[in-house]
Structures are given as C-alpha cells and as structure tokens.
Design a protein around this ligand. Structure first.
Ligand code: CTP
Length: 404
C-alpha cells in the first residue's frame, strides 16, 4: 500500500488512450490511494463517467458550471483536497491550455487554481507531440515544475509508429509514488534547515544586485524532507514560488539576513544550502536613490558577504550532523565541487552545471552529481522535484545509523 492515505485527483482528457485511465484508477486504488476523477468533454467521448465512478467509488466531476457539483465540492476545493493532480492522458489541447493558463473548463480551471504538485502523462499522435508548439508548451510546464511521464515510442492507434503512446499505467503509478514519496515518517523527529533562492543586495532604496536563481531546487528539497516527516525550516530569498506544504518558511532578502535566520534555526540535524547567495554586497548602500546626473563613471565598492555554509559547518557544538552544500559551476564541475567540499567543511556537495547551455538556472530540471568523501555519483537528468526526492532519501539513509 505504497500510496496509503494519499489522494489523487485524476483528470482524464480526450484521446484514444483514455481507456487506460480505468486501469490506472484500479492500480491507484490497489496501492491505497483515494481517487477522484475529473472528466473533460473530449475525455467523455472515450470513457464514461460511470466507469470512472464505479472504479474510483467517488463522484466524477465534469462541469465547471454545474450547480450540483459546485454545491458539493467547488473547483478550488477539488484541487485543495488532493495531494497530487494527475492528468492522464494529457491531450495536446489540454497541455496547451495548461501552458497558457486557460480556465475554459473544469479541468483547466482546477489546474490553474492549484499549488498542488501536478503530473501529466501525454498521449497524442507523434506529429502533434513533435510539433514545436507542443514541445514549447511541455517545456513551459516542465519549467513550472510539472512532472512529465512519457510518452513512449510505439505503434499508435492512427497506424503510425513513434513517440506519443501513453505510458503504461504501472509506470504512471511508479511516477506518482516517486512524487508523493512513501509518505514515510523516516525523518520524523528530525529538524532540517534548507536555504533557497537568490539574495538581493541593495544598492539604494530602489535597486539591488541579484541573480537568476528561481529557488525551485531548494523548495523541492524542503518539500521532500517535510514529506518524509522532518520539521523543516526553509530560509528563502525572494522567489515567486508558493510555500511548500508543511514547511516553516522564513523570507529574507540579503545574505546577511539569511545567515542570521540560519543561525536562529539551529540546532538542526541536517542543513542543505541550496541558495544562490550573493558573494558580494555594496559597501555603502545609498539612503537616497542614486541619480544619473551624479558623477560619472559611477562605481560601487563591494565587500564580501559571510559564507553561510562555511559558517554553519564551522558552528562547533551547534554544527548540524549533516551539512550539504551546492556547487553551481559552469566548467570543471566535480573538480571545483571537491575543492568546495574540503574548503567549506561540508559533508556532501551537490554539484550542478549551470552553464547557459544546461538550462538549469531558472529551469525545471537539474543534472547533478553527489560529491562525498567516498566519491562522485552522477545522477541522470531529473526534474528538480525528483532531485529533491532522491536527496531527501539519501539524507534519511545517512541519518538513520546516527539515530538514538
Ligand atoms: N554559499 C553560502 N554563502 C555564501 C556563498 C555560497 O552559503 N555567501 C553556499 C551556497 O548556498 C552553496 C555553496 O555555498 O551551497 C557554494 O556556492 P557557490 O556560489 O557555488 O560557491 P562560492 O563559495 O560562491 O564560490 P565561487 O563563487 O568562487 O564558485
């Protein structure tokens, strides 16, 4: 019962593969999940609400403007009451509406009105899948942290062969299990500190120095740790992301404020420093807005910020048992990571390539290597959510022998 107690809102959109959604409902129920279905108008051309209702043993929702549906459970409540929204199959049309933020029917409205994790399993003709419009829409969704399962290569209902087949229901269940974690309590009683996002270093009252960090990776790690039962303090720079569920979030702007918030969070069992902290701050922040009519060229004197990771790693008795840093590099990634491991006094370094070509900064995916004193482990390219899950699982393993 890997999904015991989890609630999945299954959105079934149009396409011949919609018949597989019935098997998916059966497997999710078998794994212990509660399933509620939303059926789009096109989806209803391929499967019936009655079949989904019988298998899920829950009412099926189809109409945004139905008085009965809205009085029983409004569209906002539908997504709030789920741990995951799974769109299976996800048609090219629904993917396009998700990417543009449409709210044109119940399914798209629920997807727009949610901050719950979303997974899509696309299924369509291969030319539709390979069309630049779909490629761009899927990239947009990935960039927002939506998990994408498949599609697979294979014979298609239209007689062609290529990518576009819906992944098999067991593979979709496995992806849902990975996203929802085991719901375990393996980190119960542990306190975790995570830093995330950029820092803003003020120049004057209206200007600041910042960087392109989105905070997605740090937030995903915080969420994954909380899902495993840890008490999580997330110290975050300015990001546009929602607060991860079950996490205590401290919002700060500057590196020095981030350090103060981290110190205040101690003692912790594990600290993960995923923030892209500004190395420098302006020495004399102007109290007035700097005018362009002033002396030119304008030069700003910068002084170095404290290294938060190195400070907390050297916190003596207060040092967390496990200190994990990130090394964002554009070349010689593992080489620099090894140097940082020693230089900053941390236990592990998650090294990632943030060169412009990698698309990592600001994107939805990450390709990292875990560098420990034992060696370097290269992980495949994964969504930032999956990197968070893997890292949380490793943290749980590492803290286990120390228990008691
Ligand atoms: N870090 C930190 N405080 C800082 C700078 C960095 O806590 N003032 C942390 C980051 O959160 C990350 C790790 O240190 O976990 C590595 O950061 P990175 O920017 O890659 O390294 P730097 O120390 O800034 O070195 P360089 O810029 O020379 O690569």
């Amino acid at each position: 019962m890997s999904l015991a107690g989890k609630r999945v809102l299954l959105i079934v959109s149009g396409g011949i593969a919609a018949y597989k959604s019935l098997e998916l409902v059966r497997l999710l129920r078998k794994a212990g999940a509660g399933v509620t279905c939303v059926l789009t108008r096109a989806g209803a051309e391929f499967v019936t609400a009655l079949s989904l209702q019988a298998l899920s043993e829950n009412r099926v929702y189809a109409d945004l403007f139905s008085l009965t549906d809205e009085s029983e459970m409004g569209h906002i409540q539908l997504s709030r009451s789920a741990d995951l929204l799974a769109v299976v199959p996800a048609s090219a049309d629904l993917i396009q509406r998700m990417a543009t933020g449409a709210a044109s029917d119940l399914a798209s409205t629920v997807l727009l009105a949610t901050d719950t994790p979303v997974l899509i399993a696309p299924a369509m003709n291969m030319r539709m899948w390979l069309h630049p419009a779909t490629v761009a829409n899927v990239a947009t969704l990935r960039g927002r942290g939506v998990a994408v399962v498949g599609p697979e290569d294979g014979d298609m209902a239209c007689g062609e062969f290529g990518p576009g087949r819906l992944s098999e229901p067991p593979a979709i269940v496995a992806a849902i299990e990975a996203l929802l974690g085991s719901g375990s309590t393996e980190l119960a009683g542990r306190h975790a500190l995570v830093t995330s996002g950029p820092t803003y270093e003020p120049i004057d009252p209206v200007r600041y120095i910042a960087n392109r960090s989105s905070g997605r990776q740090g937030h995903a790690i915080a969420e994954a740790l909380a899902r495993r039962g840890a008490r999580v303090t997330l110290v975050s720079g300015p990001v546009v992301l929602p607060d991860p569920p079950g996490v205590s979030v401290q919002k700060i702007e500057t590196a020095e404020a981030m350090l103060a918030a981290c110190r205040a969070a101690l003692p912790v069992d594990v600290a993960v420093f995923a923030a892209a902290v500004a190395d420098w701050r302006v020495e004399n922040v102007s109290a007035e807005k700097i005018k362009k009519t002033g002396p030119a060229p304008l030069s700003l004197a910068l002084v170095q910020n404290s290294d938060i990771l190195a400070t907390i790693a050297g916190a003596g008795e207060n040092r967390p048992r496990l200190v994990i840093g990130f090394a964002a590099e554009t070349s010689n990634v593992t080489g620099y990571a090894r140097e940082k491991l020693a230089g900053k006094g941390c236990d592990w370094i998650v090294a990632n390539n943030v060169s412009a070509a990698s698309g990592v900064f600001g994107g939805g995916e990450n390709e990292v290597s875990l560098v420990t004193p034992e060696g370097v482990e290269a992980w495949p390219r994964l969504s930032k959510r999956e990197v968070g899950e893997r890292l949380a699982a490793r943290i749980a393993d590492a803290l286990r022998p120390l228990r008691g």
